[in-house]
Unconditional design. Structure first.
Length: 204
């Protein structure tokens, strides 16, 4: 069998590269399309930064948009969470986009084609996340009017509550982004903190 000359090898290498790039482009296009929805759009938010709004009236229990991103195992997920905590300490940006999928895997939604990552937290959410197989979807919890901002409960752990103040402005807002199950514990912590600060003021 005759040996391939340099030109043939170069052409084959270029072909393989273009084939790989075409595959990546197809995957990125598919991910972008999955991350879009005709039911909502992105605009500036009164809660925080940008938010996601209903582009039309949405009925209760409607699948609105998929929460997409990179699948990461728990070790990588924890590493990224600590890295984000370090960034937050320096910049004040405490944005977290990692979503628990199951016992072994999470989805890191910090990708530009994931519009759902911009849905803000609220203490009175109108949406929630449903896990369906290996995917996460945002569903409406009630009827939502066109133009209303979409929100869901981030369910953050109380351990780092001071790093995540809540600005949802709802009547029941507890002041911090903490899972509803931990609200009683948060109340106790805040009352204890207020008591300590009042005692310190008296001493001064």
């Amino acid at each position: 069998m005759p040996k391939k000359d340099k030109k043939e090898k170069k052409n084959e290498k270029r072909y393989d590269h273009l084939k790989k790039m075409a595959r990546i482009t197809r995957i990125m296009k598919e991910m972008y399309e999955r991350g879009q929805s005709k039911l909502c759009d992105v605009r500036n938010s009164d809660i925080h930064g940008r938010g996601v709004y209903a582009a039309t009236d949405i009925s209760n229990e409607t699948q609105i948009i998929e929460y997409i991103g990179e699948y990461v195992d728990k070790d990588e997920s924890e590493k990224r969470a600590w890295d984000q905590a370090a960034v937050a300490e320096k910049t004040g940006d405490a944005a977290v986009y990692i979503f628990t999928l199951d016992e072994k895997w999470d989805i890191d939604g910090d990708v530009p084609w994931n519009d759902a990552r911009l849905i803000n937290h609220s203490c009175e959410p109108n949406c929630e996340a449903w896990i369906e197989g290996d995917q996460i979807f945002i569903y409406s919890l009630r009827d939502i009017k066109e133009g209303e901002e979409l929100t869901f409960d981030y369910g953050f752990d109380i351990e780092c509550y001071v790093d995540h103040p809540c600005l949802c402005g709802r009547p029941s807002c507890v002041g911090y982004i903490v899972s509803r199950e931990q609200w009683p514990e948060l109340k106790e912590k805040l009352e204890a903190k207020d008591g300590s600060e009042s005692a310190l003021e008296l001493q001064e």
